[in-house]
Ligand binder design. Structure first.
Ligand SMILES: O=C(O)c1ccccc1NCC(=O)[C@H](O)[C@H](O)COP(=O)(O)O
Length: 226
């Protein structure tokens, strides 16, 4: 079965070569390239996409394409052109969509957008199980309404931790993680990996090298959850 997870730290929404360099220097494993046009992190359809994807590979970073309700043939075309390591489905895509991609050996990460209210294990379980059983990597993110992601909303980490205690697979946490909140988030939620967009930006939409370094330092200083 194709799974998307072998990485612990993903810096999402990189837009410049210097963002990639900062992520690689800080020891991140993966970067997210955003293909959702309304996002501040959107990468327009020009040569920059190819340059970034190639530079990421040369730096040893995995490339995850972030898509929201993109038609599957178009998503597939971008993934092939840029040789993406995985695609992240962050909208209302169906399980059939994911299955089609997995059947073509493209690793798929399913973003499960959870409410920011207190969470019971069963709330999470019934939403995660079909995707996990299909072979998708799981990313738990906070509901961002019509923005879909990347707005810094955070989840009920201790509620997630109670679910994680019985989740026998690797999964990633996102949503409102920052260098300051990451330590407590990891201790409470116990993810295998973490993902951040706005928490390493200053101002919004512009990645900040010092924040990327601080985020990765904290992520690497905590004992890995497996
Ligand atoms: O980052 C975006 O702008 C975005 C837009 C639409 C869908 C997904 C998006 N980001 C996906 C991510 O994986 C983010 O890292 C995740 O939502 C967490 O964001 P943040 O709370 O800002 O760290």
């Amino acid at each position: 079965m194709t799974t998307a997870f072998g990485f612990r730290v993903k810096i999402c929404g990189v837009r410049k070569l210097s963002d990639l360099q900062a992520a690689a220097d800080a020891g991140a494993d993966a970067v997210g390239l955003n293909f959702h046009p309304p996002s501040v992190r959107y990468l327009p359809e020009d040569k920059r996409r190819g340059e970034l994807a190639e530079a990421a590979r040369e730096l040893g970073l995995r490339t995850v394409g972030v898509f929201v309700n993109e038609p599957i043939p178009s998503l597939r075309r971008v993934a092939d052109e840029l040789q993406l390591s995985a695609v992240q489905l962050h909208g209302d895509e169906s399980l059939d969509d994911a299955q089609r991609l997995l059947d073509e050996s493209l690793p798929v990460i399913r973003a499960i957008r959870l409410p920011t209210d207190p969470l019971a294990p069963s709330d999470i379980d019934h939403r995660v199980a079909p995707w996990q059983q299909a072979g998708c990597g799981i990313l738990l993110d906070a509901d961002a309404g019509g923005s879909f992601g990347g707005v810094g909303h955070r989840l009920d980490w201790s509620g997630i931790g109670r679910w994680a205690a019985d989740a026998p697979f690797r999964w990633m946490l996102a949503g409102g993680l920052t260098p300051e909140t990451l330590g407590i988030a990891i201790k409470q939620a116990c993810p295998f990996g973490v993902d951040v967009a706005s928490g390493v930006e200053q101002p919004r939409g512009i990645k900040n090298k010092a924040l990327i370094e601080a985020f990765c330092r904290t992520a690497h200083s905590l004992p890995p959850t497996d």
